[in-house]
Design a binder for this molecule. Sequence first.
Ligand code: TYD
Length: 134
Amino acid sequence: MSLINLVDVQVLGDERGHLNVLEANRNIPFAIQRVYYLTATQPGVSRGFHAHKELEQMAVCVAGQCRMIMNDGHSVEEVMLDSPAKVLHVGKMIWHEMHDFSDDCVLLVLASDYYDEQDYIRNYEDFLALATRN
Ligand code: TYD
């Protein structure tokens, strides 16, 4: 099973442009409790390098692009988020890294819960031990 699960964004378009729709519990598989977005990411900076025990997220570059690496402890896959219509599901227990942010990148993230540092696994060895224990 692929680690790259892109949701089906509803893209409504007419001569004025595009209107992209995401709806909780419809094309987003959870109720959205938090929204955050990364902007002005400095050249050469990579982010992420963690997994979540329970949190589920959707990530989309609403402008610009970045490269997302997804790792479930067994396999590693990557995807370029380079379109507002490419919305990636980042499930629980996925070690994820974002690289190669374009200068204009706005990475929007929809999250299933409020911020909770206790839900983070920030140490890669800890992640691997948990992800491969079964
Ligand atoms: P973090 O999730 O580690 O970002 P990244 O993995 O992209 O580098 O968050 C960076 C800091 O911001 C960290 O100290 C936690 C804090 N933070 C919040 O307080 N609330 C939030 O909703 C998020 C996402 C982060």
